[in-house]
Design a protein around this ligand. Sequence first.
Ligand SMILES: C[S@@+](CC[C@H](N)C(=O)[O-])C[C@H]1O[C@@H](n2cnc3c(N)ncnc32)[C@H](O)[C@@H]1O
Length: 399
Amino acid sequence: MGIFSLTLDSWGLKVPLLNHNGATMAAKKKTPKKTGIAKHLDKIIEGDCIDAMKALPDNSVDLVFADPPYNLQLGQADLTRPDNSRVDGVDDEWDKFESFKAYDAFTRGWLAEARRVLKPTGAIWVIGSYHNIFRVGTAVQDCGFWILNDVIWRKSNPMPNFRGTRLTNAHETLIWAAKDQKSKYTFNYRALKTANDDLQMRSDWEFPICTGAERIKDADGAKTHPTQKPEALLHRVLIGATNPGDVVLDPFFGSGTTGAAAKYLGRRYIGIERDKTYIAAAKKRIAAVKPLGDEALKTQPSPKAARRVPFGTVVENRLIKPGAKLYSPRGNHSAKVRADGSLFVKDGEDEIQGSIHKVGAAVQNAAACNGWTYWHYEAKTGRKPIDFLRDKIRKEMAG
Ligand SMILES: C[S@@+](CC[C@H](N)C(=O)[O-])C[C@H]1O[C@@H](n2cnc3c(N)ncnc32)[C@H](O)[C@@H]1O
């Protein structure tokens, strides 16, 4: 009987390589079996999201995007327009819970699993309306996530309040949270700033609700899914919070908006959904998506990745001359620039001097300040943050 040494191939399979004379044996060709998270990539798992997530390994996904049931508590009566036509709202079984207590238990169950499968660098986005987002937000914090922002999705074309008894409900809220307080989560700051015409991306986003050709309809022209989200919303989330190749898990996949945006943007997705009709619609939708090429997917590097340029370099290059004045955003503070790149402020008897950051913090009585965005210089077209000058130098250095 020959003695074989064993080695591990990249999928963890044991493959005989040498016989007892040391002669190379033809490695038995086997189709590598995907293990761990790899076998779920770009697939939709049918079933309950808590059970399905339990089958996923710890620390294996980069981002969770979750659009859970809203728990709308609409009651039995149909919602009608003034002309008595029925409003096509969310009255589906998947949105019904016995009580707030039952909803909270469900929320904590899926959040705990979502957090377990997230990599230490991972983050979660959860979207909801006033019906559920405050309960979800409490659970997000209680589960150990660290909230980074809440984002308001302002609907440019909201459904009116047909009865005229309340305000038009024109927004939904997204919570963005890191796995924990110390997580080094992904934030493509520069990419979002560039997308926003070089202005820092804010936390209020305006998009229309999903209508027109994007809205998936069945053969009778009825909406396939009552709460299909706009792909533009997912596009922004994925550009801002993931990199190409990252794995995005959506435990409430619905019509597959997350999968469609992920495939288009060169990210990997894992969907979980318990409704067969939605799964079929999502599969068809995603199959029709043509992914962007590598060149189109390159994003603007974040400042951390960008070359470090101290303020002294801006002064040395005479983009700001010593003696020039810098102003706070509202113009209520000013400081003079010195030849060594420090700032100087005379405030009555007091004199403050130091770096752009130190002086910025001191004039505001704040613990810290980003001097690059706080201090503005007098440009020909009006006042601009000195960050513009740093960008100019970075571009010149890049050649
Ligand atoms: C608000 S919708 C998500 C819509 C989706 N974002 C889209 O753009 O189409 C919630 C989805 O979660 C599914 N769902 C509800 N409870 C679930 C559970 N326990 N496990 C898996 N899916 C569930 C529902 O069938 C529904 O499609």
